[in-house]
Write a protein that binds this ligand. Structure first.
Ligand SMILES: Nc1ncnc2c1ncn2[C@@H]1O[C@H](COP(=O)(O)OP(=O)(O)O)[C@@H](O)[C@H]1O
Ligand SMILES: Cc1ncc(COP(=O)(O)O)c(N)n1
Length: 269
């Protein structure tokens, strides 16, 4: 059994964060471990409050994980302050973690800020250089590249800048209304598009978390970067296509679309 680790925040509504990551890794055939950076009180309409883990407690979680069941890949999501970012950077280096996927979560789909302004430079200088892959959305891509992104040409420029700056692969995600949900990978001096049909579904809470943890699961299983992304995008599209409709805002997807019949029976009991 291959092992995936998610280092991220808990989403009380279950659609994003740690909860989305564990479901995604599990349903992609990988055993999931978790180190929780923060508890959020949130639902599909927004984030009410956030309780950060202490740096010492995050350190303890990472020690217990790495010293026992060593993960084959690591996905990092919401980390709201610089002290926690520094703990993660130090531990990833100390433990020689591999296959590191960083989703540089800054703002939730609902609009809530999940990364403090003071932490952006620490994220850029200490954590991103450790990544094998960074998966920014368009607004995050603008902050990391320093350029405005208005079309697919700009996505290509920004993806190249980010990849070269942090010496890793960069998957710039096009979910934010620029195009047909096409994502752009820049890796080893070359770019490739992952085409996606935009699905008419307002329930996109947790798409970024789901994509990055599916990629991490595939890397854990030994797939290369391009195939890991291709399969992860398929998984995400299928979860969106299931048209689950929960909550008053932008709701979660159905990660368990693939086991629907047996799952449905369980739900009916
Ligand atoms: N309506 C949609 N239909 C199909 N794919 C989508 C849709 N919205 C987002 N995606 C895909 O979901 C993934 C996450 O993208 P995005 O929403 O940009 O990230 P984030 O959740 O970090 O803001 C990307 O692969 C993107 O192309
Ligand atoms: C704990 C946590 N982590 C990440 C996200 C971002 O997810 P999304 O941008 O898809 O809302 C979130 N809403 N909550």
């Amino acid at each position: 059994m291959k092992i995936g680790l998610t280092i991220a925040g808990s989403d009380s509504s279950g659609g994003a964060g740690i909860q989305a990551d564990i479901k995604t890794m599990t349903l992609n055939g990988v055993y999931a471990e978790s180190a929780i950076t923060a508890l959020t009180a949130q639902n599909t309409t927004g984030v009410l409050s956030v309780l950060d883990s202490s740096p010492q407690f995050l350190k303890d979680q990472l020690d217990m994980i790495f010293d026992d069941i060593f993960p084959d890949s690591v996905k990092i999501g919401m980390v709201s302050n610089s002290d926690l970012i520094l703990v993660i950077a130090e531990k990833l280096k100390e433990k020689k973690a591999k296959n590191i996927v960083i989703d540089p979560v800054m703002v939730a789909t609902s609009g809530a800020k999940l990364l403090k302004d003071e932490a952006i430079n620490v994220l850029k200088n200490e954590l991103l250089p450790l990544a094998d892959l960074i998966t920014p959305n368009i607004p995050e891509g603008e902050i990391l590249s320093g350029i405005k992104i208005n079309d697919e040409k700009d996505m290509q420029k920004a993806g190249k800048i980010i990849s070269e700056k942090y010496n890793c692969a960069c998957l710039l995600k096009g979910g934010h209304k620029i195009n047909d949900a096409n994502d752009y990978l820049f890796e080893n001096k070359k770019g490739v598009w992952f085409k996606g049909k935009r699905i008419k579904n307002k329930n996109t809470h947790g798409t970024g978390c789901t994509l990055s943890s599916a990629i991490a699961a595939n890397l854990a299983k030994g797939y290369d970067m391009e195939n890991s992304i291709k399969m992860a995008k398929e998984f995400l599209s299928n979860a969106l296509l299931d048209m689950l409709d929960l909550g008053k805002g932008s709701g979660p997807m159905n990660h368990a679309f693939d086991i629907k019949d047996s799952y449905k029976k369980l739900c009916e009991k």
